[in-house]
Design a protein. Structure first.
Length: 227
């Protein structure tokens, strides 16, 4: 079985290759290591290899890891569904939140972010393919949401996130990712800070990079099969 170091090197090569194919630079793309279901020692090993960004989906699981790794130079991203009763610890402990998709949750995160901390880097989750099984705003709901969020000064809206169709077909993958990019591009004049696209996971990050992804969320391809 490949080692963690070997898998990381393989992913970095693939990111670089995909970026070149799209006339981009690998430095424009952040590797976000999805560390849910992983233990602190695995995360610490990746930190030693130069990975700084880690994504968690459940506060109950993340809490002990954040405590144990408080001495490590980690940027923590919350990437999972957000329950109302978990907004406070998320607002207090995470640097980024990728999965905001209601004004209620956005307002709670804003109000519960400690004033001594910088604003949360926020991404709006879009249900790009209108799947009933997935969270996220519909494409047409985004302008209203952004207008309602203008006064939430403890949230710094940086871009959009999506979970696309579960398919191995690169053409269909790119179609989903292109929709998110086009949605972002259509809002540039009104929201010039809404720049980033968080899209692409272990099996489709090449397609995501081709369509402009800035953050790829890699779990299984990096850590190996889940225990």
């Amino acid at each position: 079985m490949p080692t963690l170091t070997k898998r990381l090197n393989q992913i970095r090569i693939k990111i670089s290759t995909s970026a070149k194919q799209a006339n981009r630079t690998a430095g424009d793309i952040t590797l976000l290591a999805v560390s849910k279901k992983r233990i602190a020692s695995e995360i610490r090993s990746l930190v030693a290899l130069g990975v700084q960004d880690f994504g968690e989906s459940y506060w109950q699981e993340a809490q002990s890891k954040l405590d144990e790794l408080s001495d490590s130079p980690i940027t923590w991203h919350f990437i999972g569904p957000i329950q109302s009763n978990k907004t406070k610890p998320i607002a207090e402990n995470f640097d980024w939140v990728h999965s905001i998709c209601s004004i209620k949750i956005a307002t709670r995160l804003n109000n519960q972010r400690p004033k001594e901390l910088p604003p949360i880097n926020a991404l709006v989750q879009i249900n790009i393919d209108n799947e009933a099984s997935k969270s996220g705003l519909a494409l047409e709901e985004l302008p209203k949401f952004l207008a309602q969020s203008r006064d939430l000064t403890q949230l710094n809206f940086r871009g959009l996130m999506c979970l696309p169709l579960n398919t191995d077909d690169p053409t269909k993958q790119r179609e989903s990712f292109a929709k998110l990019r086009e949605l972002r591009d259509g809002l540039k004049s009104d929201y010039p800070d809404l720049i980033l696209l968080s899209m692409g996971m272990s099996k489709d990050f090449n397609s995501a990079i081709q369509e402009g992804s800035n953050i790829v969320r890699i779990g299984t391809a990096l850590f190996g099969p889940r225990p």
